[in-house]
Design a protein around this ligand. Structure first.
Ligand SMILES: [Zn+2]
Length: 451
């Protein structure tokens, strides 16, 4: 199977290379802003909007007169920036359509002007890109040293560098004073052997990042929370310093570095957890046939101010994204449970659904069958039971209480299957659970995750 894969690694630049990179990023930013202004002007004058190709042609003509400094950078930098601008408009119009159908709550996101104050940014290069063991060769920039050896897919020497891994583009970006290169590579991967193991339910949370139905748990590093005190001190210092002063700039850099570190810790924990869940390197019998995750209403939960920071610190959406693509590479399927499936309130043994379950109740006790089980594990087991041909129909029939059976039948919610390369889409099943915010649905979703 053909997959698109990204590789990102840090560059080790000398002063001249750093200046050249800054110049490229500047040219990309300039082209983007210039193109945005041109589009706005054309719109106001009632003319058809120029496309990226029109704008690139126009920009090339300007290069000969007023923009002669642009000859110092690769032609790709402004060209790709103009393509990004077209893409930004396409996303904006798509979101406007969604808003018309009232499927979107957030802003439509009209493209904004880029500012140097909001970061140096990045630029993308295409064309002849070659990778050696410890360096990368990019158009116009030449050979740049890499800080990590042997991570990027090395292109074979000879006239055809695209023989094995086809490198589509390279993006150079800056963050907190460090420079990175990210390659987009098209790879021919051997088709994965379909996984044969038992379905795995994964309950996401704040106390523990993920609890799985096979009793493994992954700790949440709570990176932001741990650095909160340090961050608060620096931000206070920054606010008191003279605008434009050198010391203020130093503090700004410290804050940026700290944010970068927090984000790295979070990303590392997510990658480790999702990789272990999918267990790509294990034999097929030990890999889960189906991974069931919840469809968490992340943006809804973020509106609860008491929980927003803790939830944002976990990176739940990113977790779902990583599991989805890693599962596709490992031959597992991903199921997304319905948003209103009561994974926490339901008993994983008999199917009884509790009316209320406090956030502090760490242990689930079933009044119907007497099951006593860890709260997270119970939720994970409930999710695992949603997998097709699993024991979802068998276990609850033993329950002697009529009401339990009914509740359980109602809770057998339709789940949506995620296909590799497609966006996840929620399928609402015939459920007996509240769907709108007004009848308490919002609260339920929040309770399901804060465990
Ligand atoms: Zn029970």
């Amino acid at each position: 199977m053909k997959v698109l894969r990204g590789y990102k690694t840090e560059l080790d630049l000398n002063d001249r290379q750093r200046t050249a990179c800054l110049r490229h990023a500047g040219a990309a930013r300039f082209a983007y802003n210039w193109g945005l202004q041109r589009k706005l002007d054309a719109y106001q004058a009632g003319q058809p909007t120029p496309t990226a190709i029109d704008l690139h042609r126009e920009l090339n003509a300007l290069k000969q007169t007023e923009l002669d400094w642009m000859y110092e950078v690769s032609k790709c930098a402004p060209q790709e920036a103009l393509r990004d601008l077209d893409r930004a408009f396409a996303h904006f119009f798509r979101r406007v359509q969604l808003k018309k159908q009232s499927q979107l709550n957030g802003p439509a996101g009209f493209p904004r002007f880029k500012s140097r104050k909001r970061g140096i940014g990045s630029f993308r290069l295409t064309g002849r890109i070659r990778v050696f063991e410890d360096r990368i060769q990019l158009p116009r920039l030449g050979q740049l040293r890499l800080k990590e050896r042997g991570y990027l897919p090395i292109t074979s020497p000879g006239p055809d560098p695209a023989a094995d891994a086809k490198i589509l583009s390279a993006t150079v970006s800056e963050r907190a004073g460090r420079w990175f290169v990210s390659l987009q590579v098209e790879l021919e991967m051997p088709d994965p052997i379909p996984a044969q193991g038992a379905p795995l339910g994964v309950d996401l949370g704040v106390q523990t990042l993920a609890a799985c139905s096979d009793t493994t748990t992954y700790a949440n590093p709570k990176a932001l929370q741990a650095a909160q005190q340090q961050l608060r001190r620096l931000q206070g210092q920054f606010a008191r310093q003279q605008p434009g002063s050198r010391n203020r700039e130093k503090t700004r850099r410290k804050i940026a570095r700290l944010h970068h570190r927090i984000s790295n810790i979070r990303q590392d924990a997510l990658h480790q957890a999702t990789s272990r869940i999918v267990a790509k390197t294990k034999p097929a019998a030990e890999r889960p046939r189906v991974v069931v995750i919840e469809d968490l209403n992340v943006s809804g939960m973020l509106q609860n101010h008491h929980l927003a920071q803790a939830i944002a610190d976990v990176g739940l959406y990113e977790f779902g994204r990583q599991v989805t693509y890693k599962a596709a590479w490992a031959g597992s399927e991903v199921l997304v449970a319905d948003r209103w499936y009561p994974s926490s309130k339901r008993c994983s043994q008999c199917g009884t659904v509790k009316d209320t379950l406090g956030l502090s109740e760490r242990v689930y006790e079933c009044v119907c069958c007497g099951l006593v089980i860890d709260r997270d594990l119970n939720a994970a087991c409930n999710l695992a039971q949603l997998a097709p041909t699993a024991s979802s129909a068998g276990s609850h029939t033993q329950c002697p209480v009529e009401a339990c059976r009914e509740a359980c039948a109602a809770s057998r919610t339709v789940v949506s299957l995620v296909q590799p390369g497609r966006t996840r889409k929620q399928v609402l099943g015939p459920t007996a659970y509240p769907k709108s915010k007004d009848d308490g649905g919002q609260e339920h979703a929040v309770k399901a995750v804060i465990i």
